[in-house]
Write a protein of this length. Structure first.
Length: 263
């Protein structure tokens, strides 16, 4: 892919995206910006142009990812607006800023999308939800192509963007906490932390791979490994008695309500 990509605000998420793009050998097509570039200068070794100059980044790229904090994105867009052209494809990664609001700042002729990737972008495994408010198929294809370099893309209606934050972006932390608990249990039943982590990581990856390969519902796969009166069902039922699924669902709904409350 030869499209030039700018990442404006290369912090946690922006850096994960750039790292994923580098792994896909397109580092030379990327311009990464932030005001203090000390923490991202090393990206230059992989062909990325690192700069504090947002205007330079915009003038020299087509797809522009705004990875800024939500409270900052609109003022930075306002500053850069005179440099946008109808060739640009602007993508906001900010939580909670609607396409209508973004559109009122970028102007009516500029293509604008929202995307919600996650930090697994750094290893090419992001689940990136994308939403649009126009019928511009070419622009959408370009956005999808960009995010497919760092994982999978899912097109969603904008009203589900906050849900995408919880399921996809926060979901990384929820899955990591699940793995941490597995490791803690693994240590209690005899493994070193290192070995328990290796086994848990690969087991969780394998479980996800089964679902991806088969498209099956998780419970259909669980049925295959639960012998009647067996060990697995005994463990699973005890987890449910202790509120495992309820805790996860309630945690996710609380996270969702937190986004809604802060609007
Ligand atoms: N973390 C996630 O998993 C995740 C997932 C999906 C979406 N998001 C969204 O992604 C956005 C960024 O989150 P984050 O966690 O990556 O935040 P972050 O680490 O604070 O990154 C934002 C970066 O923007 C830079 N910045 C601030 N003003 C700038 C300007 N005028 N020009 C260029 N760069 C500027 C900051 O660096 P300097 O101070 O050096 O400029 C900072 O490193 C948020 O809107 C969040 O809602 C995050």
């Amino acid at each position: 892919m030869d499209t030039k990509i700018a990442v404006i605000g290369c912090g946690n998420l922006g850096l994960s995206i750039v790292e994923g793009l580098i792994k896909n050998n397109v580092g030379k097509n990327v311009i990464a910006t932030r005001r203090n570039t000390d923490g991202i200068e090393h990206l230059g070794n992989s062909g990325v142009t690192v700069t504090t100059d947002n205007v330079f980044a915009i003038k020299n790229s087509k797809v522009i990812l705004f990875a800024l904090k939500p409270y900052r994105i609109l003022s930075v867009i306002d500053e850069l607006k005179p440099h946008f052209t109808s060739e640009h494809i602007i993508v906001s990664l900010a939580t909670g800023i609607s396409l209508d609001e973004l559109k009122s700042h970028v102007g009516p002729t500029i293509k604008i999308f929202r995307a919600m990737p996650n930090v697994a972008a750094s290893v090419g495994q992001s689940a990136t939800c994308i939403s649009k408010n126009s019928s511009d198929k070419v622009g959408l294809m370009e956005v999808e192509k960009t995010f497919q370099l760092i994982g999978e893309t899912i097109l969603i209606n904008e009203e589900l963007m906050e849900s995408a934050v919880v399921l996809g972006a926060c979901g990384t932390a929820f899955a990591l906490r699940f793995i941490r608990a597995m490791v803690q249990a693994g240590v209690q039943i005899g493994f070193s932390s290192k070995t328990a982590t290796q086994i848990a990581n690969q087991t969780v990856k394998g479980a996800a791979e089964i679902l991806i390969a088969t498209g099956n519902h998780p419970e259909a796969e669980i049925d295959k490994v639960t012998t009647p009166k067996g060990i697995t069902i005994t463990g699973l039922n005890e987890m449910e008695h202790q509120g495992f699924s309820a805790a996860l669902i309630r945690g996710m709904i609380t996270a969702y309500n937190k986004i809604e409350d802060s609007k």
